[in-house]
Design a protein around this ligand. Structure first.
Ligand SMILES: Cc1cc2nc3c(=O)[nH]c(=O)nc-3n(C[C@H](O)[C@H](O)[C@H](O)COP(=O)(O)OP(=O)(O)OC[C@H]3O[C@@H](n4cnc5c(N)ncnc54)[C@H](O)[C@@H]3O)c2cc1C
Length: 388
């Protein structure tokens, strides 16, 4: 790897990185093309991830997790991104949903679900987005009305990562009539044999084909009130806002490994491809483009490393995580595009990793909060600063 050692790395984390790299090379790389064709991995892949200790690594051991912190997540995220494999989203499962549960779940909820998530016995998803509302979460319409000791949930969600395999879906639903975010709650749905729960078909995306993404439908679906995340209703919006800096850092962290893989792949290609009697690497344009790409990759890594260190000290603020998310995901798209160009027509062939990276990278600018919204958040913090 061209990537420099991160300042937060240590020997234990190196060992974890090695375990993760070997796991993805052995269990995912040989299957990735088949998974892409089928738009999902087989369910057992999650159990293998669990057995290898790669799920819920930053969840305390008392809840069955690996007892690590964000650095451990980062090592696994980067190993997976560098290997260019999907097969489901561990980022959503371990990096996002497990932390909703850890931070806001009752003790009973944590003990009930986290250990099984860590083993891969339960696959988790988070369902916020609806056909009519994505960025504007306050416009969500899925409803959860109380009936005795149950919620009755009606509505539809779309673009749900891990949606096909999900055994636990954290559904954002309206429990109150209050306008905007105040009436939202998160309710955990155990999908196995759940009446009124239906998965739509696997969605046909332009990239990230091996990760299952689905629509989900809820029709008079009865869920026990004890599955409300946290002790009281109306906390959903606050819970979502609270976890967003972590989610954004996850996107940026993965992007650092994608950048390095793009440059590494391209470097190998241009050093063997002959044009006009010499290797492509000898053309000044190639040299300058690769120099630019490697500079961007290095800047991205330095910024993200700084964010990781801040996150370790609980000092990663909202605007900084927004900067990391938008800038790194934008940079990934630019760099992969430049690299693809150097492959000529081969860069357009799916059998070449750079072609898959091109399609896979695009969504980074859309999900985890779109990049326009990231800029709006940064602008708001500037405005607040200017107004004192
Ligand atoms: C592959 C994939 C996986 C996903 N996984 C999940 C998942 O697991 N769970 C989940 O809940 N959702 C998931 N999503 C949904 C994703 O989070 C949303 O697509 C995203 O939040 C954008 O919402 P939207 O698609 O409704 O677009 P819209 O909100 O309709 O936005 C359309 C455009 O308008 C812009 N825009 C919106 N508001 C503003 C504003 N205030 N200022 C300036 N511009 C604005 C946006 O930036 C965007 O460019 C996934 C999406 C994809 C594609």
């Amino acid at each position: 790897m061209l990537q420099r050692p991160s300042p937060w790395m240590n020997e234990d984390l190196e060992l974890l990185a090695d375990t993760a790299r070997r796991f993805y090379e052995r269990e995912a790389v040989p299957n990735e093309m088949r998974w892409r064709a089928e738009h999902k991995a087989e369910r057992e892949y999650w159990n293998k991830l669990g057995a290898a200790g790669l799920l819920c690594i930053s969840i305390p051991e008392e809840y069955g997790g690996g007892g690590g912190d964000f650095r451990h997540d980062a090592v696994i995220i980067q190993a997976q991104n560098y290997a260019l494999v999907g097969g489901g989203s561990n980022n959503v499962h371990s990096g996002i949903v497990a932390h909703y549960l850890l931070q806001f779940g009752t003790e009973e909820q944590k003990r009930r679900w986290l250990p099984r998530m860590a083993k891969g016995e339960l696959v988790a998803a988070i369902a916020m987005t609806e056909p009519g509302a994505g960025t504007d979460l306050q416009a969500l319409r899925t409803s959860a009305r109380k009936d005795g000791d149950h919620y009755v949930i009606n509505g539809a969600k779309t673009f749900i990562t891990n949606g096909w395999h999900a055994d636990l879906v954290f559904v954002v639903a309206r429990t109150g009539q209050e306008k905007g975010g105040k009436g939202l709650s998160i309710i955990v749905v155990e999908t196995n044999n759940q009446e009124g729960y239906r998965r739509g078909k696997l969605l046909d995306k332009i990239g990230q084909h091996s990760t299952d993404t689905c629509e989900l439908f809820f029709d008079e679906m009865r869920v026990p009130c004890e599955n409300l995340l946290g002790p009281q209703e109306g906390q959903g919006f606050i819970q979502l806002m609270n976890q967003l800096p972590r989610e954004r850092l996850i996107v940026a962290t993965g992007g650092v490994a994608t950048l390095q893989r793009a440059v590494t792949e391209t470097l190998a290609y241009v050093n063997q491809r002959k044009v006009f009697g010499n290797t492509l690497m000898k053309m000044q344009n190639t040299r300058f483009k690769l120099a630019e790409c490697q500079t961007l990759a290095t800047v991205a890594q330095s910024f993200v490393d700084d964010c990781v260190l801040r996150a370790m000290k609980n000092e990663l603020d909202l605007p900084t995580s927004a900067m990391a998310k938008w800038w790194v995901s934008d940079t990934v798209c630019k760099v992969v595009d430049e690299c693809l160009q150097l492959f000529g027509g081969f860069g357009y062939m799916n059998e070449y990793p750079i072609a898959r990276m091109y399609a896979d990278a695009r969504v980074g600018r859309i999900y985890g909060g779109s990049n326009e919204v990231m800029k709006e958040l940064i602008a708001r913090s500037l405005e607040a600063h200017a107004l004192g």
